[in-house]
Design a binder for this molecule. Structure first.
Ligand SMILES: [Zn+2]
Length: 161
């Protein structure tokens, strides 16, 4: 069988930037098992998997719009340091914040005595990604998996529904 938009796919992957820096890889670990059609994977990778067979290996370059999106300048905000009263602030720290776009994860990218600059963009926004993928296994999703929208292991669901 080939992969369709509601297959359960077991795959090994390595994701890197255009200059060859590896960002993440399943090599040496358990392969990723994922139900397609649920936005667990970025759009470009899901598109590339459709129609592939078991044991296929392929390489795909994905533009930001089909990965983590373009960077949005408005998500970079400068806030008074007094907002962090009593909390240590350090570049690289991330936390949940309420923004005009709703609750999201932001990261501190700059600080000085008066101000803190936070960035709500996904760390991989604006970055083209390359995936090396090996399709280890493919099966059809069960009816229950499709209802729940996620993969079930040998023990069944493991979530409360
Ligand atoms: Zn479930």
């Amino acid at each position: 069988m080939t992969i369709t938009s509601d297959s359960v796919v077991t795959l090994h992957y390595t994701v890197s930037t255009e200059d060859g820096t590896t960002l993440d890889s399943s090599e040496g670990k358990e392969p990723l098992v994922v139900l397609l059609g649920q936005r667990f994977l970025i759009e470009g990778l899901e598109d590339a998997l459709i129609g592939k067979d078991k044991d296929d290996s392929f390489n795909v370059s994905i533009e930001p719009e089909k990965a983590y999106g373009e960077r949005v300048d408005e998500l970079v905000q400068t806030v008074p340091r007094s907002m962090f009263e009593g909390t240590e602030v350090e570049v690289g720290m991330s936390f949940r914040a309420t923004t005009p776009q709703g609750e999201q994860s932001v990261i501190i990218i700059e600080t000085n005595d008066e101000e803190v600059v936070v960035d709500g963009n996904h760390p991989l926004a604006g970055i083209p990604l390359t995936f090396d993928v090996n399709v280890v296994d493919i099966r059809e999703a069960t009816e229950q998996e499709r209802e729940h929208g996620h993969v079930h292991g040998p023990e069944g669901c493991g979530h409360d529904h």
